[in-house]
Design a protein around this ligand. Sequence first.
Ligand SMILES: Nc1nc2c(c(=O)[nH]1)N[C@H]1C(S)=C(S)[C@@H](COP(=O)(O)O)O[C@H]1N2
Ligand SMILES: [Mo]
Length: 204
Amino acid sequence: MTESGVEAAEDLTDLYREYGDDRLPPGQRETDGFPVLSKSGTPSWNPETFELELWGAVEEPRSFTLDEFRDLPAVTQRQDFHCVTGWSKFDCEFTGVAFADLAERAGVRDEAEHVMFHSLDGYTTDLPLDECTKPGVQLAYGFDGDDLPADHGGPIRVVTPHKYAYKGAKWVSGVEFLTEPELGYWEKRGYSDTANPWNEERYS
Ligand SMILES: Nc1nc2c(c(=O)[nH]1)N[C@H]1C(S)=C(S)[C@@H](COP(=O)(O)O)O[C@H]1N2
Ligand SMILES: [Mo]
């Protein structure tokens, strides 16, 4: 803890170096705002009954109420956010549970290769398991020291700083471990499955 009582964020804004020379990926422009991009609006959810579920190729399927989830060890990370439509937002401070930590709690089986994220609005997106366990991939419930706003995916969203942001499911309620890749909502509709911003992998 710092003197102010606020825990310092882990700085992950330099993770672009693994993928390219420029912090701002090609074809992107920086924005100070935080636009909302949702395929069909913000779904409603009941905090009393909401559960995050993990299932599929795991030793032990698990589910967490919101209170249980917020009691897990948390990380706060400063990271960048790149939308495939062309805007990037630097220095987002997300607080949540690291994907790798959560996966360990369910005991991922050896045959698990991919992860499908399921959301309350019917959205899905898939990533290889080894992309999900990278630094910065977390299931966030906090943003800039407050609760994550509902429009931005509260109560819980995934963030993927090394991928275009459509790989980060807002309102995530299910984490399914798969033995084979499957296509998610936008990937079925022509967006890139690999989604690396520094290679401009926008479309398939
Ligand atoms: N459940 C869900 N997650 C989603 C989306 C969505 O429509 N539904 N849109 C994706 C897209 S295209 C982007 S750019 C980001 C936008 O996040 P924001 O609205 O917080 O900026 O969420 C991603 N995750
Ligand atoms: Mo997007």
